[in-house]
Ligand binder design. Structure first.
Ligand code: G1P
Length: 288
């Protein structure tokens, strides 16, 4: 069945970016001139997603406003003939009625956030995108995953290799395939293992294509790493139910939940812009 829906868990508090995130959702932090959540939505659009489900929480209204028609701004820009700016606020907007919001209530973990979307997703496959994981790629990461999904079906996670000492920050794949394969056959998954216990260094990046049976597993509300309801733990139960692959995607992933990752993303995305690179390059060179 065609992948039509994507879930964006955006309920997190963003404590790592305080005070910036005191009154602003972390997903609205801009990389150059675009909020993180918009990058994720555009990646989903490129992959053919038609319905956008935000799992949100208190203090996240700015996200809803961002994906809404801004009447005043629109009218003012139109009146002043500012065509480029008008495009900047509207050309990426999902069509009316294609964005849904559901509140998570208590922040009980990523698995719980995804479970909160179950009634809107219904009985069909869906994608999950974590906006913190910003991916710079010629072809969007989710689009690459959809291409694989059309061949294999089942469940797919995006993957990249990390340093062994970093495994405790990620879901880690126990691969059945060869270490260098771009398409990994998932034999097991562990959430945030200690380096000495990690089955490999193939980490899960925040892009998933999942079958709806994940909701049954999530409704067990089992607590995992950090006392949270982990998505990874539900995925473990899906291994063997249907094909399950990891895709070592082509592209660079930035951890924008981390300050250094966020700064790297800002520089990388700015350096790819013709209007910014020339002004920035001499300054970057002068720093080193
Ligand atoms: C989540 C997932 C983890 C995954 C990571 C990717 O962790 O639980 O399996 O590797 O996203 O960014 P979090 O970063 O929310 O702690």
């Amino acid at each position: 069945m065609k992948l039509r829906k994507a879930v964006f868990p955006v309920g997190g508090l963003g404590t790592r970016f305080l005070p910036a995130t005191k009154a602003m959702p972390k997903e609205m932090l801009p990389v150059v001139d675009k909020p993180l959540i918009q990058y994720a939505v555009e990646e989903a659009q490129e992959a053919g997603i038609e319905e956008f489900i935000f799992v949100t929480g208190r203090g996240k209204v700015a996200i809803e406003n961002h994906f809404d028609h801004s009447y005043e701004l629109h009218a003012i820009l139109e009146g002043r003939g500012k065509t480029a700016e008008l495009q900047a606020i509207s050309e990426w907007m999902p069509p009316a009625g294609s964005v849904t919001y559901v509140r998570q209530g208590e922040p009980l973990g990523l698995g719980h956030a995804v479970w909160c979307a179950r009634k809107i997703v219904g009985d069909e496959p869906f994608a999950v995108l974590l906006a913190d994981d910003l991916i710079l790629a010629e072809t969007g990461c989710l689009k690459q995953m959809v291409a694989l999904y059309e061949r294999t079906g089942g469940n797919i996670v995006a993957s990249m290799d990390v340093a062994r000492e970093e495994t405790k920050r990620y879901g880690i794949i126990d691969p059945k395939s060869l270490p260098e394969d771009a398409i990994i056959e998932v034999g097991g998954l562990v959430e945030k293992p200690r380096p000495e216990e990690a089955p490999s260094t193939a980490a899960v990046v925040g892009r998933y294509i999942l079958q709806p049976s994940v909701f049954e597993h999530l409704s067990q509300f089992e607590r995992g790493a950090g006392g949270e309801i982990q998505l990874t733990d539900a995925l473990v139960k899906m291994i063997g139910e249907a094909p399950f692959h990891g895709l070592r995607f082509a592209g660079e992933r930035f951890d924008c939940g981390d300050k250094v990752g966020f700064l790297k993303a800002t520089i990388a995305f700015a350096m790819r812009r013709d209007d910014l690179a020339a002004g920035l390059r001499p300054y970057l060179q002068s720093l080193i």
